[in-house]
Design a protein. Structure first.
Length: 115
């Protein structure tokens, strides 16, 4: 299982970014995918999840209405569209899946929201 995030960067408050997570080594379409983030000095926190079959979504209260998780099973990729970004969204963002009760994480991509 390999997960590779990309798309992070520096953005001003109110701006947008789209993160991508390219997956390989497993049947991507069959698995739920999630995004997490970890800010400096804080624990890693869950951001959003998208299910495998019907692509139902769920969001943390802190991002609901601003972030959108989606997936393209043909490209084995999960996305996180982030709008109306705030300084408190600054963190390393990770994608995650679980297979056979084992969690698999990507290496993370840094998102910095600052003027």
């Amino acid at each position: 299982v390999q997960l590779v995030e990309s798309g992070g960067g520096l953005v001003q408050p109110g701006g947008s970014l789209r993160l991508s997570c390219a997956a390989s080594g497993f049947t991507f379409s069959a698995y739920t995918m999630s995004w997490y983030r970890q800010a400096p000095g804080k624990e890693r926190e869950w951001v959003a999840t998208i299910s495998s079959v019907i692509s139902s979504t769920n969001y943390a209260d802190s991002v609901r209405g601003r972030f959108t998780i989606s997936r393209d099973n043909a490209k084995n990729t999960v996305y996180l569209q982030m709008n109306s970004l705030k300084p408190e969204d600054t963190a390393v963002y990770y994608c995650k899946t679980q297979r056979n009760f084992i969690n698999y994480w990507g290496q993370g991509t840094q998102v910095t929201v600052s003027s």
